[in-house]
Design a protein around this ligand. Structure first.
Ligand SMILES: [Zn+2]
Length: 291
């Protein structure tokens, strides 16, 4: 009888052990599944975030038939099954507007330096860049651009050339005032309102469509065509791309940019693109496939 009880007790202990083991295993499985779920969810969120950021870019690469969409640049294929991604990607394909009804763009925080503004693409009227004064002057640029301008300015100084900042950032309101004055001037010359607007825009961009409103461009030394005969212009032509700046409105591309030749106007686009544009001779509109 005693031996039977001992056997029973022994069996119960064995069962208890087996049960404990099962419980522990079950707990492991639950923890493992939870970890896998959290990890998968995080990866999805990361991917979605990346795609959202890259597809929020201005019209730029989405429209450029020569450029790949930014979302594939980091080697990741966009997840077309995710509804949010599809929506954002569709919304990012910004069609060019017209002078009277321009497309209002959103600046991609990551690729801000690729932002294209012209009569068809404008920034919102409440856009406020983070501005700093450059080279001890009264002129300001976007903080992200200013450091590159300073580098370029200092390098030129070493070569005995002074890239004096003449006109940097302009507010939306100031641009609007200047533009409207120009339109009025052409109207007074007998142009219709429509023609006066187009003609004025070749000289003073409508508000929101000037690179000066972005704080990405500087008019250097003085605003005159003879600037191209100066040592400053020669230096810029040779070296500006090394600092990320391009001459935005060349003489032979006026039919594409719709802006007069401006040898004094230098715009930051980043070193890589500046060199590419310098070598290819393309303007931004051509680069983005919008010409
Ligand atoms: Zn300018």
């Amino acid at each position: 009888m005693a031996s039977k009880n001992i056997k029973k007790k022994h069996k119960r202990t064995k069962d208890q052990k087996a049960l404990n083991f099962l419980c522990i295993m079950l707990a492991f499985v639950v923890v493992f599944v939870a970890v896998v779920c959290v990890s998968v969810n995080k990866n999805n969120n990361d991917l979605r975030e990346k795609e959202t950021t890259s597809s929020q870019s201005s019209q730029t690469t989405e429209k450029g038939n020569s450029k790949k969409p930014q979302s594939t640049e980091n080697g990741k294929t966009p997840d077309t099954t995710a509804p949010e991604t599809t929506q954002v990607a569709t919304a990012a394909v910004a069609q060019p507007g017209t002078m009277d009804n321009p497309t209002i763009i959103t600046i991609d925080e990551e690729k801000w330096y690729l932002t294209l503004v012209n009569s068809s693409y404008r920034i919102p009227d409440n856009y406020e860049p983070d501005l700093v004064y450059v080279c001890g002057s009264e002129e300001r640029l976007d903080r992200k651009v200013a450091e590159h301008y300073e580098d370029m300015y200092n390098a030129a100084l070493k070569d005995g050339v002074s890239l004096t900042p003449c006109s940097g950032y302009r507010s939306y309101e100031l641009q609007e005032r200047n533009y409207n004055n120009k339109v009025s001037f052409y109207e007074s010359q007998g142009y219709s309102n429509k023609d006066a607007k187009v003609k004025a825009a070749t000289i003073i961009m409508p508000p929101g469509s000037s690179e000066h409103n972005l704080g990405y461009a500087m008019d250097i030394v003085c605003v005159d065509e003879w600037f191209e005969d100066t040592a400053e212009f020669k230096w810029l032509t040779e070296n500006a791309a090394d600092y990320g700046f391009i001459m935005r409105y060349p003489k032979d591309k006026q039919d594409i940019t719709k802006v007069i030749y401006e040898p004094w106007h230098w715009r930051y686009v980043g070193v890589e693109l500046a060199k590419e544009l310098k070598d290819s001779g393309l303007v931004l509109e051509e680069y983005f496939g919008l010409a």
